[in-house]
Design a protein. Structure first.
Length: 89
């Protein structure tokens, strides 16, 4: 649950504008070794995401997830309500 005010939607729309049209890529080395999100923040338009990585990055951009863990290290089951160690938003 979060407050979905104008600021929330403005941030979300800005993120969507930056990543819309990006290609999908599941890269094993990115999953295994991760990377700091801040390295790629200025290049979101060119960045390739896989499904849970994109969701995790969006959550971070919206301030719903505060973690130093790379977005690429999240798997779909990590974002599930039945995850063994659910993330705290």
């Amino acid at each position: 649950m979060c407050n979905r005010d104008k600021e929330f939607y403005d941030k979300f729309e800005e993120f969507l504008d930056q990543v819309q049209g990006n290609t999908y890529q599941l890269n094993l080395s990115k999953i295994l070794f991760g990377r700091k999100d801040s390295v790629q923040d200025s290049e979101l338009e060119k960045r390739k995401f896989f499904c849970s990585e994109l969701v995790a990055k969006a959550y971070k951009e919206l301030g719903l997830m505060k973690t130093e863990k790379a977005s690429s290290s999240y798997m779909p089951n990590d974002l599930s309500c039945v995850a063994q160690a659910p993330i705290i938003l």
